[in-house]
Design a protein around this ligand. Structure first.
Ligand code: MN
Length: 738
């Protein structure tokens, strides 16, 4: 680049920065302006020479993120400063300490929260999940961290075009999985919709472009309709002396698409693509709620309401702070139209979420629903040793859930995710009430803990001092809080059993003048087919593994080569005491997908596939051959060479495919073969190798060779082929030598 190019570019960057200041009225006081300028000069200098994938100077990204934070989220000076600096620590030589000495602790800690985690993670954890978790933790400290992160993500999504495709898919997926629900949960409706639409655009480009065209067409068709619909409403509100605005709003592309998916409907049959929104400035002398209902009453004088479609989020706002009165009315052309009634304040909160909420805070006496939500997140983050992936799953469940309102016996309202049970409610009140819960009364009727709650239920929890948390409770709780608490209860118990088991092993070894070392542990672990030390201690502590045969295990020579590949189990069920007492334990081979295929052969006399009962025969060269237990050859081997037989079992079988063959017959008719092959080719779990059909005297017979994962998939396929008209018989053939 020549000197003039640099100058040109610097000029352009400074213009962008000036536009940002323009968009942020709160940054314009002399003191604030000084701070924002300082941040800009530092970031500009730090990112100098760096470029984005698009070729743009990097600094334009933080400037744009700050503009989104100011304009679309409504953050103030500190938020803008932190936005400008958000990539400085991650991508340049500056440290959090540097920022702290220049900008103070608050801004430095927000930037620290926005910096990705570094370092090594063990394989069981996901760096991705750890980062999300860190983000959530800092969010509770200062919600601006997540708001800036969402602005950052939004700008990255808007400029995703210049990324390579595999990155586009990863980023779009992450956005849909995590950021969009989070934006929704924080009440940032506009940002949430844009994130979803952009994700769809990159994940399913064709679907996206088709739908955006359809939405555009329908918007044009709706112009006249909206006009005729709103005219009588407008004149009525005017005559009542209201200051207001009536607008028509279309559903976002993503929400249309997800409704089409959920209800399995074409675009044309989604009836609520359009909503009419009435936004008014309340008259000072009456409560907002009263006025919302007054306007509802005026509108339903004009258009008849659908009785079951009234939603009152004015009396009880949604957990993300959303307030409005929704109803569906019959429009002039006989079509249902959704009406949303809100004040200007409610509208701003609905569109801009948290930041707008802040602005109005103090105006309302009651604790804001959003603050309560943040409090809940704090609680569910309480547990520092929860597995991060598990945590993220639980957390996400709650992000997505719609809500129900439950009343306590005293009439207090608690908002829970849809699908919550009486036990969730008990944990929502207090952890100890959850642990001691034995049942509940829902609307004065006694119900079990697993009873699913409905919005409006009044619930009284019944506890008993004798009650203990049960592991199977996990099967019927929905909330992250209940799940975490139940798991915690068992973590404590598990820890105790593990240390008990360790002590038993230590003592047993001690009697033989031995101590635990890695060589001894390895032998025991291998013998019991356990990969983790804690798992072994746990089983010893529980008594499911006994140590009687310890000398034998320790003196055993290292096994044949193939044993390295196969996990060995001993006995059918270790807890089956009678079995264990006198009979010698039999080895069992467990075959799973991730094993090395070279070490076994599937016998071609019976061609077993996963799901079949099988056994393994070890030949002279230590090769393993698998037979079906029904196989005559195997039966013979069993009776003659029992010492070579190893009982075997399939464990998981979703990756590798095996050859199988089916025979079919039926009435020959036009197109029957293509119908059959269509069913097979549409089945994702099956690949066809070859097929052979013969027809004579109106009857057909066929043989099809398939590659298939397991018997379950095969049975499903057979079932589906049987449904074809004309097919009379489908059977699997075991002997498939050809
Ligand atoms: Mn960034």
């Amino acid at each position: 680049m020549t000197k003039t190019d640099w100058e040109e570019e610097d000029k352009m960057i400074r213009e962008q920065f000036a536009a940002l200041i323009e968009a942020c009225p709160r940054c314009q006081t002399p003191e604030n302006l000084k701070l924002v300028n300082k941040a800009f000069e530092l970031a500009h200098e730090a990112h100098i020479g760096m470029r984005r994938k698009s070729g743009e100077p990097y600094i334009l990204h933080p400037i744009e993120v700050a503009r989104i934070a100011a304009e679309e989220i409504g953050l103030g000076t500190k938020g803008i400063v932190a936005s400008i600096l958000h990539d400085v620590v991650e991508d340049t030589d500056y440290t959090v300490e540097d920022l702290q000495s220049i900008f103070g602790e608050k801004i430095a800690s927000i930037v620290a929260g926005l910096t990705k985690l570094e370092g090594v993670f063990d394989q069981s954890s996901s760096i991705q999940a750890e980062n999300f978790r860190k983000l959530l933790l800092t969010m509770v400290e200062d919600v601006r961290v997540i708001l800036i992160k969402l602005a950052d993500r939004l700008h990255n999504m808007r400029t995703l075009k210049s990324m390579p495709e595999h990155k586009q898919l990863k980023i779009a997926g992450e956005t849909l999985y995590f950021y969009a629900p989070l934006a929704h949960r924080l009440g940032l409706y506009t940002i949430k919709s844009e994130l979803e639409d952009l994700s769809l655009k990159y994940e399913l480009p064709q679907v996206y472009s088709d739908l955006s065209q359809k939405v555009k067409d329908s918007e044009e068709q709706h112009i006249d309709f909206i006009k005729s619909f709103k005219t009588p409403i407008e004149s009525r509100l005017q005559s009542e002396g209201y200051e207001f605005e009536v607008i028509g709003r279309h559903k976002s592309i993503y929400s249309i698409w997800s409704k089409m998916q959920k209800k399995n409907l074409p675009f044309e049959e989604i009836y609520d693509v359009l909503a009419i929104r009435v936004i008014f400035t309340p008259k000072s002398n009456l409560p907002e709620k009263t006025q919302c209902w007054a306007i509802y009453s005026m509108i339903t004088d004009i258009y008849k309401p659908k009785p079951d479609r009234l939603r009152d989020w004015v009396s009880t706002p949604k957990a993300n702070g959303y307030e409005a009165l929704h109803s569906t009315v019959m429009g002039p052309n006989g079509k249902w139209v959704e009406i949303q009634i809100r004040t200007k304040r409610m509208d701003e909160i609905a569109e801009r979420g948290f930041a707008a909420h802040w602005k109005y805070k103090g105006q309302k006496e009651k604790e804001s629903e959003l603050d309560k939500w943040l409090e809940k997140i704090k609680e569910s983050l309480d547990n520092p040793d929860a597995d991060s992936l598990e945590f993220l799953d639980d957390f996400k469940l709650n992000l997505f859930a719609s809500e129900i309102m439950i009343f306590t016996p005293k009439g207090e309202v608690r908002v829970l995710p849809k699908g919550s049970t009486a036990l969730d409610f008990a944990f929502d009140i207090h952890t100890d009430i959850g642990y001691k819960c034995i049942g509940a009364k829902v609307n004065f009727k006694l119900v079990p803990l697993s009873h699913p709650l409905k919005s409006g239920d009044q619930v009284e929890i019944i506890t008993s001092e004798k009650q203990q948390p049960k592991y199977d409770w996990l099967n019927f709780v929905t909330t992250a809080k209940a799940k975490t608490r139940i798991k915690n209860a068992f973590k404590e118990e598990r820890k105790a059993i593990i240390s008990k088991g360790e002590k038993i092993l230590k003592d047993t070894l001690h009697q033989k003048k031995l101590t635990i070392n890695s060589r001894i542990l390895k032998k025991i672990l291998e013998f019991h087919n356990i990969s983790k030390r804690d798992e072994l201690y746990f089983k010893i502590g529980k008594g499911t593994i006994e140590l009687d045969n310890l000398p034998k295990i320790l003196s055993a020579k290292s096994r044949n080569k193939w044993i390295r590949y196969w996990k060995l189990n001993f006995g059918k069920s270790t807890s089956d005491k009678e079995d264990k007492a006198d009979q010698p334990k039999k080895k069992q081979l467990v075959l799973s997908d991730n094993e090395d295929q070279d070490n076994f052969t599937i016998s071609d006399c019976c061609n077993p596939i996963p799901g079949d009962d099988i056994l393994a025969v070890q030949d002279e060269n230590d090769k393993i051959i698998l037979h079906s237990r029904k196989c005559p050859v195997a039966l013979k081997l069993m009776s003659s060479q029992g010492h070579r037989i190893i009982s075997a079992q399939w464990e998981s079988h979703k990756i590798l495919s095996y050859l199988a063959m089916i025979n079919l017959s039926g009435i020959d008719q036009m197109g029957i073969v293509s119908k059959i092959t269509k069913v097979i080719s549409e089945d994702q779990n099956v690949n066809m190798r070859s097929l052979n059909f013969e027809s004579h005297d109106g009857i057909f017979e066929g043989k099809i060779y398939l590659y298939i994962h397991n018997t379950e998939d095969l049975n499903n396929l057979i079932f589906n082929i049987m449904k074809i008209k004309g097919v009379h018989n489908v059977t699997r053939q075991d002997r498939i030598k050809n």
